[in-house]
Design a protein around this ligand. Structure first.
Ligand code: SAH
Length: 348
């Protein structure tokens, strides 16, 4: 494709906030993508300026009742050491995070029945009363609408639930039969209706992913119009059925980040830990492709390596404080700056 062709496609996507399957294929395979990155950072700049929002990730349990083929904390992985943080442990993470400047806490975990709705709500109420200027995000999987309503009433502001893939057949290759795309989507629509700021998303380069499935992902994102989109490369975890599959690439991930920024200009878009794991400057590349959020780990040092969704995850040996100092320097070098506030979605 000529440079001109690439440029006019990028311009069309930015203007129409829509993409065709053919345009997607050309953008993912075209040789020069500088113009794509340029437009994505310009759009991000117009909406969010130079600000980078930080979210303190608290991985509070690695017990999970599900058996997703890609995920290291899947039920059938007998090799990992399972842990749960108690309320005091979680509150301590929030305290440390608050001191470091975090104003969003993300409570993420496997689908762990130990944490009943009452326990989650009690936790939410405590965090929100002690840190009333903070947002709390939950990322604890598929629950009933009633449970989501309880969490919302108890003060949860946001919910992350990646849809993983918007193609039925592909969903079936990534998950056992008891999990369904239709239920995952229903959860996302319920969360949105209840009033949460919602995050969807997918892994880049997951086994069986094609341009067609990615096209469906992008169309689903346009339809759902979420407040956040989490995408990162698939990285094999050795003790899962996908242990010998090939990882997704930085190249594909940053192109997709940029395309998502053009399709959903106001979206909150993290440069994920997985991107930082496959490339030492992966998160920087993400921020230069339109991403505007980073989610450093606030989990206690002793449990970090146990939340092993995939192999060789970064920052498992560092204290939260070390991570944030290092990250601030890295973000500054790019000409961006970390801001110490909730970092809410801008727009309707
Ligand atoms: N139980 C919660 C949190 C899941 S872990 C839920 O269901 O939403 C958060 C995300 O990590 C998943 O949504 C998935 O997209 C990603 N993930 C899991 N295994 C991965 C792997 N091997 N490589 C890259 N990302 C992975």
């Amino acid at each position: 494709m000529t440079g001109d062709g690439f440029i006019s496609i990028v311009e069309a996507i930015e203007t129409k906030q829509n993409i065709t399957r053919e345009q997607l294929e050309l953008l993912l395979t075209g040789q020069e993508n500088d113009y794509l990155m340029e437009r994505a950072t310009a759009v991000r700049q117009r909406v969010y300026g130079k600000d980078v929002y930080i979210r303190g990730l608290i991985e509070f349990t690695n017990y999970c009742r599900n058996n997703c083929y890609y995920c290291g904390i899947r039920r059938d992985n007998k090799k990992i050491h399972r842990y749960r943080l108690d309320k005091a442990g979680i509150m301590a993470c929030c305290g440390e995070g608050y001191r470091l400047g975090f104003r969003t806490f993300v409570l993420q975990g496997g689908e762990d029945g130990f944490y009943t709705d009452d326990i989650i709500c009690d936790l939410l109420e405590s965090i929100k009363s002690q840190y009333s200027d903070c947002a709390v995000t939950l990322s604890i999987g598929e629950k009933s609408r009633a449970s989501y309503e309880h969490y919302y009433r108890a003060g949860a502001d946001r919910y992350l639930l990646r849809h993983e893939t918007a193609n039925e057949a592909h969903y079936g290759k990534l998950h056992p039969a008891e999990l369904s795309l239709s239920h995952r989507k229903e959860c996302l629509y319920n969360l949105k209706e209840i009033g949460f700021q919602v995050g969807a998303g997918f892994m880049v380069g997951s086994p069986g992913q094609t341009v067609d499935t990615l096209y469906e992902d992008l169309q689903f994102l346009r339809e759902l119009n979420p407040h956040m989109v989490g995408i990162g490369p698939f990285i094999p975890q050795q003790d899962t059925p996908f242990g010998d599959k090939t990882a997704g690439t930085v190249e594909m991930t940053v192109r997709l980040l940029a395309i998502i920024r053009l399709l959903l200009p106001q979206v909150l878009l993290p440069a994920t830990t997985a991107l930082g794991t496959i490339d030492p400057v992966g998160r920087e590349k993400g921020l230069m492709a339109g991403a505007n959020v980073v989610m450093p780990n606030l989990s206690p040092k002793g449990v970090r390596d146990k939340y092993a969704l995939y192999d060789k995850k970064i920052c498992t040996g560092e204290e939260a404080a070390e991570c944030i100092v290092c990250l601030k320097n890295r973000v500054d070098k790019l000409g961006y700056s970390i801001v110490c506030d909730r970092g809410d979605y801008i727009g309707g």
